[in-house]
Ligand binder design. Structure first.
Ligand SMILES: NC(=O)c1ccc[n+]([C@@H]2O[C@H](COP(=O)([O-])OP(=O)(O)OC[C@H]3O[C@@H](n4cnc5c(N)ncnc54)[C@H](OP(=O)(O)O)[C@@H]3O)[C@@H](O)[C@H]2O)c1
Length: 313
């Protein structure tokens, strides 16, 4: 019998974690390990160290984090920095103590400087100031990335950071107080249709440009890079395509066969104007995204209507 590779997935119930679990489950060579938050709170250092020493995985993927949109990031600044630093440090150091050789940590495009040159290359990290609203989250993530980089060089390990652009997928968060812009758009448009309104209200002026990747493509990137030996330990993960928030709203409306008026609440922030990743490093290594927005959004809308709408009513 072939020895299976034991992979621990932290955050398996989240949007990206569940896509990772689904994607890795398709390959019989993996023995997947995961634990509910109720049983294993990842901010609890001694529990995480003990757990990792007990299961001794071959590989670890960190998709657990405190995550949210502009409102959540800005209004929960202390939990965002504390919980993220704790979760990632516990898992990264715990993995080192447990002899784990391969690890993937998920960073994010929003940890690059606010005014980074576009498209953003990996080397632009820490080259200028961060966006104020998500600075605590970004500082935590940068610390995680630097842990991976330094553990890799100091202890001769293969601990990498993947930097996805904004993501969307099944199992997203539709709470308007903490969601990202895309699930908020889906929810607002579906709600307007249900309530027979002929308009939706969006934050800012709708002109901010965003690159979006489907969560299953990030999962495939994790699978591609986990055991791969690479000189670089940081890889941007994106599609290379960008649309404005207004264009995304119109694409979702087109999919749902409606044409609602868009009212812009210009008293609310737009966030960073543009965030387009340069993914040439990942492409050179042999990875590229494969799901079109049209395909991804139809999966997401079906998931929302089937699994999330009732909870929202
Ligand atoms: N979503 C995006 O657009 C995006 C873009 C780029 C990068 N990323 C990165 O990708 C990763 C996953 O993001 P996501 O969107 O999938 O987030 P998510 O849906 O909120 O999932 C995060 C998961 O982490 C778990 N978690 C949080 N705190 C925990 C704790 N103390 N103990 C155990 N589990 C805990 C959550 O469990 P509960 O739900 O039970 O709290 C949840 O299952 C994050 O590192 C994020 O920074 C996300």
């Amino acid at each position: 019998m072939v020895n299976k590779s034991k992979i621990y997935i932290a955050g398996h119930k989240g949007m990206i974690g569940s896509a990772i679990l689904k994607t890795f489950s398709k390959n019989k060579k993996f023995n997947l390990i995961y634990e509910d938050k109720k049983k294993l709170d990842l901010t609890d250092q001694s529990k995480v160290f003990k757990y990792l020493k007990k299961i001794k995985p071959d590989g670890v993927i960190i998709a657990a984090a405190k995550v949210g949109g502009i409102v959540a990031n800005n209004s929960h600044r202390a939990p965002f920095i504390y919980e993220n630093i704790s979760i990632q440090s516990n898992i990264i150091h715990g993995s080192y103590l447990a002899g784990v050789k391969n690890l993937i940590f998920l960073g994010s495009s929003c940890i690059y400087p606010k005014f980074a040159e576009q498209p953003i290359k990996e080397k632009y990290l820490l080259s200028n100031y961060l966006e104020k609203t998500n600075e605590p989250y970004a500082i935590a993530k940068i610390a995680g990335l630097k842990l991976c980089e330094n553990y890799s060089s100091h202890y001769k390990l293969n601990y990498k950071t993947l930097m996805p652009c904004n993501a969307y997928g099944e199992n997203d968060n539709y709470d308007l107080n903490s969601s990202h812009f895309l699930p908020a758009l889906v929810k607002k448009i579906v709600e307007a249709i249900r309530k027979k309104k002929d308009y939706i209200t969006l934050w800012g002026n709708g002109k901010a440009l965003r690159e979006l990747i489907f969560s299953d493509d990030i999962a495939l990137a994790c699978k591609f890079f986990l055991e791969k030996k690479t000189k670089s330990k940081i890889f941007n993960i994106g599609t290379g395509l960008e649309y404005s928030v207004e264009q995304y709203a119109k694409l979702i409306m087109k999919h749902l066969n409606v044409n609602l008026r868009i009212i812009y609440d210009k008293t609310k922030p737009n966030g960073t104007h543009r965030k387009l990743l340069d993914t040439s490093l990942a492409k050179k290594s042999g990875w590229k995204s494969k799901t079109s927005f049209e395909k991804g959004i139809s999966i997401v809308i079906n998931d929302y209507l089937k699994n999330h709408l009732k909870k929202d009513i």
